[in-house]
Design a protein. Structure first.
Length: 135
């Protein structure tokens, strides 16, 4: 039995050296990463809007000239487009507001403002005008 001990110890060392380390975490999936970028961008734009910096809200939503919301989930894309329309409206850029509402209706034909939003003195009429133009 004594003569087997060195061989057993050697076998254990060899086996211990053969263990594998767990694989590294997979890289983030492009789709998941794009959702995170869109969510972060929307949050920054919403913060600018809440602070009354409507120009910054719009520029954040349009950062880089390519919409980060094109690949976003539909609800997030709609929220971003709606925030952009509202930002134009409260900045008294009514033509841009109407244009943005037309873009929303192109992408989401059944979109409607809620009752409180329809009563807003600027974006309510701008939305109705955009709807009339889509007919």
């Amino acid at each position: 039995m004594k003569s087997c001990l060195p061989a057993l110890a050697l076998a254990l060392l060899v086996i211990a050296g053969c263990t594998t380390t767990p694989p590294p975490d997979p890289a983030p999936q492009p789709e998941r990463l794009s959702q995170q970028v869109a969510r972060t961008t929307l949050e920054r734009a919403q913060q600018a809007y809440d602070e009354g910096d409507y120009a910054k809200a719009v520029s954040t939503l349009k950062s880089g000239g390519v919409s980060v919301f094109d690949a976003a989930e539909p609800a997030m894309r709609l929220d971003a487009m709606k925030l952009e329309a509202f930002s134009y409206c409260v900045a008294n850029q009514v033509a841009e507001c109407r244009t943005q509402f037309r873009k929303i209706l192109d992408a989401f034909p059944n979109f409607e403002l809620n009752v409180a939003e329809r009563k807003h003195p600027v974006w309510g009429p701008a939305f109705e005008a955009a709807k009339r133009m889509k007919r």
